[in-house]
Ligand binder design. Sequence first.
Ligand SMILES: Cc1cc2nc3c(=O)[nH]c(=O)nc-3n(C[C@H](O)[C@H](O)[C@H](O)COP(=O)(O)O)c2cc1C
Length: 202
Amino acid sequence: MSMFSKENMNEIFEDIKKNLVRGVKDRKHTFHTPVFCNIGDQKAIESRVVVLREFDSNNMILNFHTDFRSPKIADLMQNNNSLFVFYDPKLKVQLRIKTISSVNNQNIITEKMWERTKLVSRKCYLTQKPPSSVTSLPEDGIDDNLKGKEPTLEESEKGYKNFTVVQNKIYQIDWLYLAASGHRRLKIILTDGAPSFHWLIP
Ligand SMILES: Cc1cc2nc3c(=O)[nH]c(=O)nc-3n(C[C@H](O)[C@H](O)[C@H](O)COP(=O)(O)O)c2cc1C
C-alpha cells in the first residue's frame, strides 16, 4: 500500500498512473477488471466488467479487447463517450475515469495485439453466433469440435476479424480516497496531456 500523504496533487496523479500500470500487469490487482460504461441504443446506460489490457501513461490511453460483433461496438461508434470505474479496498481508492473511445479492427493496432494473444484467449473470438445474440440453448457459442480444448493456431486465425481493441483516451479523472483519517477527493482534467487539479468535497 502506498504511504504518501494524499495531500499532494502531483503525487496522487503519479500514484494513479502507477496503479493503472499494475492493473494491467497484475491479474490479482482489482484495477485489472474495471467497469466500463457507455451510452447504448435508446440512450440507456450500459456497464460491464472488462479486462484492462494496456495503459499508455504518456498518452493517457486505457485499452481493452472485445468482439467486433458485440453491441457495444456499434454503440461506441455512434457515441464515443465512455467511463471506467475502478475501486480498490486496500488502497481505499475509487477512480472514475472519463474517456473518448475509438474502435480498432483489422488494423496495425489489432495486428500487434493479436500476435500476443494466447490460443485460449483467441478462442473467445470464434463463436459462430455474435455475442449477445439470442439462442434457444444454454451454450457458449463455440463449435463442438473445439469444446474443452484450445484451437490450433490455424483455427484461431478465424477469430482475427472479430478481434477488436477499444482505445480510450482519458480526459478526466475523479479520484476519491475514502479513509477514516479523512476523505479526500481530487478532480484531474487533462488538456493536451497536461493535468490541472481541483480539490472537491468528497
Ligand atoms: C472478469 C470479467 C472480465 C471480462 N472481460 C471482458 C473483456 O475484456 N471484454 C469484453 O468484451 N467482455 C468482457 N467481459 C464480459 C462483459 O462483462 C460482458 O458480459 C460482455 O462483454 C457483453 O457485454 P455487452 O452486452 O455490453 O456487449 C468480462 C466479464 C468478466 C466477469
